[in-house]
Design a protein around this ligand. Structure first.
Ligand code: ATP
Length: 329
């Protein structure tokens, strides 16, 4: 539901997908989806395997063009990492229509030939009409299963995130080295900065790719199952960091999570996808009900409140839970 701008105190959305349908080989896998990401707000996408979460997130990152619908990006969003160590205030600058982007180099960019939106006026721009570099200065995405580049150090990979901020010949990025140092620190990989990335564990590499996204210094951050490969401590620390980026930096975060309890604890808004459709959207208490979760996942899912944290807690009940004869023959 879209809040009435005249009465709402919520900030305007940073990124909106509206009426988006996405197809592979001519077959729609996401149908007429609407999703808003607001500054300072963490929005979690949840749903069963194959429900379209990654596909929708990749479209928000412009890595996949929708068959129909619109992706709008706010022309100006004020956000700041002032509360984070060593950070400087960042404001989305004017659209400049330059050429290259970190997203391009990572996974291709569906809009590379889409032209320049700087002529269009108003509060939002058609995200697919921005230059790749303009878009990459505003939106970063941690995709799933990124490759392990060989012959590069951790610092090289994190510096890669600065790509959209550099001018021709890699010059003109005065904030670059501070942003890279900050990203290395925030993700706990500063001590590995000079190591080859091909010598890292899966969890360490995941944190390096996250650091690269943070170095990109964007107001919108998209994360596809970011806790994959991470041990419990780093899962919790990553979720802490995401919350701080939203609360203290005003960053708009969209995150795909499989762990419903993580979504309950982290997110302000939860969007539930089922068979390519948004079937529920709202705050965790309104969305995480036993009936809705059980319907969507097709198994019994109980919900209660964790007495320690006060957050909702889910429990999927399978046949193995009730085979008590093993415990009490
Ligand atoms: N490259 C592709 N080509 C064809 N079909 C695809 C491709 N990628 C995904 N799909 C299909 O699109 C649908 C949505 O997939 P998607 O990966 O977005 O789901 P998901 O909710 O992220 O799943 P998971 O939880 O398993 O990661 C699935 O039916 C999947 O089989």
């Amino acid at each position: 539901m879209t809040p009435d701008p005249a009465t709402s105190h919520e900030p305007a959305p940073a990124l909106v997908a509206d009426g988006v349908s996405i197809a592979y080989d001519g077959v729609d896998v996401v149908h007429d989806a609407r999703l808003e990401l607001r500054p300072g707000c963490v929005t979690a996408l949840i749903g069963p395997n194959g429900s379209g979460k990654s596909t929708l997130l990749r479209t928000l990152a412009r890595l996949q063009k929708p068959r129909s619908g619109r992706l709008s990006l706010a022309r100006e969003i004020e956000w700041s990492e002032d509360a984070l160590p060593g950070a400087a205030k960042s404001i989305f600058g004017p659209l400049d229509g330059a050429a290259a982007s970190a997203n391009d180099a990572n996974a291709g960019d569906a809009s590379a030939n889409a032209g320049d939106a700087s002529a269009s006026a108003g509060a939002t721009s058609d995200a697919f009409a921005l230059s790749p570099r303009d878009f990459a200065r505003r939106v970063a995405m941690l995709t799933q299963g990124r490759p392990t580049p060989s012959g590069l150090s951790v610092r090289d990979v994190v510096e890669f995130g600065r790509y959209p901020h550099r001018g021709r010949w890699g010059r003109g990025d005065a904030d670059g080295s501070a942003a890279v140092d900050r990203a290395l620190d925030l993700t706990g990989v500063a001590a590995l900065a000079d190591r080859g990335v091909d010598q890292l564990s899966g969890g360490q590499l995941q944190r390096v790719w996250l650091a690269s996204c943070l170095a990109q210094d964007t107001g919108v951050l998209l994360l596809d199952e970011p806790t994959t490969y991470l041990d419990l401590r780093y899962q919790v620390e990553l979720l802490d960091l995401v919350r701080e980026l939203a609360d203290d930096g005003g960053i708009a975060v969209g995150v795909v999570l499989h762990d419903l309890d993580q979504a309950a604890a982290l997110a302000d808004r939860i969007v539930v996808l089922s068979e390519g459709r948004v079937v529920a959207e709202g705050d965790p208490a309104s969305v995480l009900t036993p009936r809705l979760l059980s319907d969507v996942w097709g198994i019994r899912i109980d919900v209660d409140t964790d007495p320690t944290t006060g957050h909702l807690r889910t429990r999927a009940i399978g046949r193995h839970h009730t085979r008590t004869e093993r415990l009490h023959p």
